[in-house]
Design a protein around this ligand. Structure first.
Ligand SMILES: NC(=O)c1ccc[n+]([C@@H]2O[C@H](COP(=O)([O-])OP(=O)(O)OC[C@H]3O[C@@H](n4cnc5c(N)ncnc54)[C@H](O)[C@@H]3O)[C@@H](O)[C@H]2O)c1
Length: 663
């Protein structure tokens, strides 16, 4: 069967050959055995819904074995026989070009070079799923290949509910992931619902087909490391940055360290993850011996090298050794997957990776204790170095939250965290409040020359805007122009021909309109997909991350993210998604995003103007209402130039007056 025929066949009528379990691939950890015997019956019944009854006798024992062995039913046999990667848009069988673009984005997420555990359909973050099983993947691809521009595909947590009639301006796909009744949003609820095959953790860009590999995060990480280094004063040269994680997103840290010009040391316990990043050129040197690593660090710092070192081992061992040896660390953070602490996101010190995985599956209560003990040691070592002047920040992975829950010494007397989150100190006030966020695009021709052309356009547009930008955002504009100029040289593409930069509403809109024009004129040879990370101005309500710099008490509400996705949906998005979980964990955040296919048409130009405007200004308006000064500045500037925009502004009060009134 050709690639096209296999897609059109969907779930094949005859049983495909069983696939061998590929040991070369990085596989998801075995999930904990959480279902009761009766629930296991239900899980199998649910899985078999995708297949004709004639196959059930054969599939039931196979799926039962998967559930027992892996804690989930992935339906490995149904992995397609073709290689999965983003092909040029015209290679997909399709009646709708928009749907073909979505197929390419899905395939990019699942590309073995891009996905963390591709065979378990996990894209990043340990549990960030695109689909729950391979039957869903096959059905979705078939629906996309056969749908028209007058239909909408409805996705419930990886399951395609079906195609419903709509119209050409409606989204082609609406995605919800992990949406549950709030009282059922504890981590074990996710384990149970996911094992039953009725819900999934979509992370942010995983379950919304918008992941573009580590590049997506390199830029944000570079901005963060650069600004963190600025906080320490002086030049970044010779500054030491210590952190953990070389996984999906965390793998961007060493590259960002190099771009920012510091010495970085990143601990990674999983040798497969470390080797992958090393082979890709994202980290310069791998070390598994602390006796050798410590002198290497001292030498790199003394010589002001721009170099990224990795410690293949547990980060707690690294921190303790750095503290014991009095190594001066300037910047510290952590990007283990603590949003998912009990199921493989964080490996406790004192155990090998294999021992941890075994304990996690066989004795989850003991594993939890080991993680919490490890976090207490982790924080104790960080505290010792912070006392000597290290600037430590939480990287939005729930490090401080889980450490505090573990009883680590991480709280101040007033109950707040000892260390800031990167959003409170850097991303919030400097970027999100002004509307700057992780705008991205993917060239559907998959030609590097189209990407190079788009980079050129973006530099020109941003430079023109920067020429008349107010002083408040001049620095952000400068950093972004520098980034995009260097992007091609830094070889950031892994998977599809994609690019990211941080831009505000004006920047995003003008860049997108210029791309549309270039496509219309044939200077760019195929449509472009616009999108963004959910980690943005308006897309995400996450009290310990994106909205951690909201101080009016509304941090725990999620109106903004829900409104955002609804508003994008009727203003021209090609697909929208809204998720429970993402970044800091299931139950801790609601986040949403969009994808928009632009093809050089008038319709595309209209969608760009209407949708991007809402997608950025919704969040600025909310941030302004929360009395954030930068957001107030940005929304007043926007109202002055946009007829029809009328935002409710807060009146500021004298706090002394209130305190007196309450006496
Ligand atoms: N990069 C960003 O800008 C950003 C922003 C917000 C949040 N985050 C958060 O960062 C976390 C990491 O994301 P990811 O996609 O890289 O996840 P990931 O699971 O792919 O990578 C985490 C890595 O940490 C390693 N690890 C776990 N415990 C360790 C330990 N004790 N010592 C050394 N290594 C250990 C794991 O082996 C894994 O490779 C997530 O919680 C994510 O939400 C990242």
């Amino acid at each position: 069967m050709t690639f096209q025929e296999e897609i059109l066949a969907g779930i094949p009528a005859a049983l495909p050959e069983a696939k061998p379990y590929d040991k070369e691939i990085n596989h998801a950890p075995r999930r904990k055995d959480i279902l009761t015997d009766e629930e296991k019956v239900l899980a199998l019944k649910n899985a078999l819904r995708y297949f004709p009854e004639s196959l059930h006798a054969q599939l039931a024992p196979e799926f039962a074995a998967e559930l027992k062995e892996y804690g989930r039913i992935y339906m490995y046999r149904y992995r397609p026989s073709y290689k999965i990667y983003a092909r040029p848009i015209d290679e997909y069988p399709a009646k709708s070009r928009q749907a073909a673009a979505i197929m390419a984005m899905i395939q990019n997420n699942l590309d073995e070079r891009v996905a963390q555990h591709p065979h378990e359909l996990i894209i990043y973050g340990g549990n960030g799923a695109i689909f729950q099983n391979w039957a869903q993947y096959r059905l979705v691809m078939q629906y996309l290949a056969t749908m028209t521009d007058e239909q909408t595909l409805v996705m419930y947590s990886g399951h395609p509910l079906g195609l419903f009639p709509s119209h050409k301006d409606a989204p082609r796909v609406i995605v919800t992931n992990g949406m549950v009744i709030p009282n059922y949003s504890k981590p074990d609820d996710w384990e149970r619902f996911n094992a039953l095959g009725v819900s999934q953790y979509g992370q942010m860009t995983a379950g919304s087909y918008m992941y573009i590999g580590p590049q997506g995060i390199v830029h944000g990480t570079t901005i963060t490391v650069m600004n963190a280094a600025r906080k320490q004063g002086g030049s970044p040269a010779g500054k030491l940055f210590v952190t953990a994680g070389l996984g999906g997103m965390s793998g961007a840290q060493p590259k960002a360290g190099n771009i920012a010009g510091v010495v970085s040391v990143t601990a990674e316990i999983n040798p497969k993850a470390a080797e992958k990043r090393h082979q890709q050129g994202w980290v310069d040197e791998l070390h598994d011996n602390l006796d050798e690593l410590i002198p290497r660090i001292r030498k790199a710092v003394a010589n002001k090298e721009v170099v990224s070192l990795a410690y293949v081992g547990n980060v707690v061992d690294l921190w303790e050794r750095l503290a014991d040896e009095n190594v001066k660390v300037d910047l510290g953070s952590d990007q283990t997957s603590l949003h998912n602490p009990w199921a493989g996101g964080y490996y406790p010190v004192g155990y090998s990776l294999e021992e941890s995985k075994k304990m996690m599956a066989e004795d989850p209560a003991r594993f939890k204790e080991a993680v919490q003990a490890s976090l207490r040691r982790h924080v104790a070592a960080v505290n010792r170095l912070a006392a000597k002047g290290m600037y430590f920040f939480d990287y939005g992975n729930a490090f401080l939250l889980e450490s505090s829950r573990a009883g680590a010494d991480v709280l101040k007397a007033d109950g707040s965290f000892r260390y800031p989150s990167y959003v409170q100190d850097i991303m919030g006030p400097l970027y999100f409040d002004y509307g700057f966020g992780p705008f991205r695009w993917v060239c559907m021709s998959e030609k590097p020359e189209d990407l190079a052309k788009s980079d050129e356009i973006a530099v020109k547009v941003l430079s023109d805007i920067a020429a008349h930008s107010p002083e408040e955002i001049a620095g952000q504009m400068r950093d972004n122009i520098h980034w995009i100029r260097e992007a091609g040289r830094n070889h950031l593409v892994v998977g599809s021909q994609a690019r990211i930069l941080y831009a505000d509403c004006e920047g995003r809109t003008q860049i997108a309109l210029a791309f549309n024009e270039a496509i219309r004129k044939g200077e760019i040879s195929a449509p472009i997909v616009l999108g963004r990370d959910h980690h943005d101005v308006s897309g995400t309500d996450s009290p310990f991350r994106e909205t951690s710099n909201i101080y009016d008490g509304s941090r725990f509400t999620a109106d903004m993210a829900v409104q955002n996705v609804i508003g994008d949906g009727f203003r021209g998005a090609t697909w929208v998604s809204i998720h429970n979980g993402g970044g800091v964990g299931w139950g801790e955040v609601i986040n949403g995003g969009f994808g928009m296919v632009i093809d050089g048409s008038e319709d595309s130009a209209r969608h760009i103007k209407e949708m991007l405007f809402w997608d950025v200004n919704n969040g600025i308006a909310r941030r302004s209402w929360a009395r954030n000064e930068a957001a107030r500045f940005a929304i007043e500037r926007e109202m002055a130039r946009t007829p029809g925009l009328k935002v409710t502004l807060p009146n500021l009060t004298d706090e002394n007056l209130i305190r007196k009134a309450l006496q």
